[in-house]
Design a protein around this ligand. Sequence first.
Ligand code: ADP
Length: 528
Amino acid sequence: TERSMALADQAKRVAAEFDFGPDAVRKSVKEFIREMDEGLQKEGTELSQIPTYVTAVPNGTEKGLYMAVDLGGTNFRVCSIQLHGNTTFSLTQSKVAIPQELMVAKTSKELFSFLAKQIESFLKAHHEDHYTSHVKRKQAGDQVKEEEIFDLGFTFSFPVHQVGINKGLLMRWTKGFDIQETVGQDVCALLQAEIDELHLPVRVAALVNDTVGTLMARSYTSPGKTGTLLGAIFGTGTNGAYVEKLNKVTKLTQSKDAGDYDKSTGEMIVNTEWGSFDNSLRTLPNTPYDVELDAKSVNPGIQMFEKRVSGMFLGEILRLSLVGLLKDPQIPLFRDENSATNDIHSTTQVHDNSPIWQQWGFDTSLLSICAGDQSPGLRVLRQTLDKDYGISAASSEDAEAVREIAGAIGRRAARLSAVAIAAIVLNTGRLDSSSGAATTEDKAGIEPPRGDVSSSGRGEVAEEDVIDVGVDGSLVEFYPRFEDHIREALREVEEIGEAGEKRIRIGIAKDGSGVGAALIALVAGRVA
Ligand code: ADP
């Protein structure tokens, strides 16, 4: 009908606003490389390029028993990790909610003594022998056995100024925490002091950023011969950490107040903080919906890349684009046949209390449902709109329009993700080194194995030529074909092309704050 034609055209028009074509990708990759280099040289740049003091990635042969704790937001997680030395590990963990009053306590001690007590309970529950023999030795005044001490990796997901592998000063609290006394203090020392007060056999060996944990976890578990190049998170937020040549990290190597680090590997893992890539919008796309989202956010003008890529924001971009259509009474989205008034609320099939009228009302999982719905007439999507979004009796044309726009937003997010991956692959020179042992060229008619996140790229590239990338987060894990969209954009970058794209292996890296943090504690222990 005429109405559905009009709606389909409008949906196509809005979807086209999210186009981020090959030229845009290439331009953005150049800008990313420029900002990477700038960030390695000085402070206060768009990409923070934070040196992590971690100077090597694991190769899967690491062994031993380690501990890890994770203070990220609502929960505190304690785990012990047995690394088996054959790319596998076993993990025991416990999790407790942080009591609200401790998040806003008067003193650091109130929070950190609580954390130490959780570590104590964990040790008693899961490593009792270890714990008791240590305590007995202490009570008897005997020498503490070095091998009895657990090295612990501390994942602390708040902004810190890291000045050593186990030393970092809290810059500010976020996510509802507010303990003034802690700001400016070394959070590792605070935790160690409380651990020591309880006489626990635990040494805070490393302060861990979650992307670095992802990189380490992937490098340990990845079957490849070369270490992982990049760990990236596409979840609530987005960020990446990669292996850089130490001599390029001049703001560390030429700094007078840098802490100690191992110089022998010639490498250092750098935390890009790429959520702030191109905050000045030199190359990022900027639709009216991006503008509105940013203006109404708590931090306008910052995290501009993240606001176009990550799970916290994609649902909101979709919501704003649909509200844009609803505002125009001529556009027949979610409207009964016979309605014709200018009131956007009363004539639609959208309930007054629908989350479509509320900022942040749409979850990014809706985009995944759109992209994955293969039912006739988009029945699954229409049911979801009805059940979870207060939009009843949506027609299949309505659902098709939602899907068209949602797909464009998801595709743009994946293509932007490819910008970061492409820039890091190119700027680290990983493509330049090739064994020349590529096993097969594209044989006519034979499709390369593809699709499964964990196996793509394998089987057609010599192992030593693989460039390994570990990823984590609900968006990359659950958004259908996210990796395919990334790969398409990677191929469009001339310096990568089809040959380079095949060498890039992207695999899920689970549990960066567990096994990843343990591995950082391990490498930190070697240096200390
Ligand atoms: P975090 O990054 O906080 O550790 P996740 O990786 O689970 O946690 O990411 C959570 C984010 O992912 C939320 O913003 C949520 O909206 C989004 N999300 C949850 N489920 C899905 C899904 N099925 N598809 C896409 N995004 C999702």
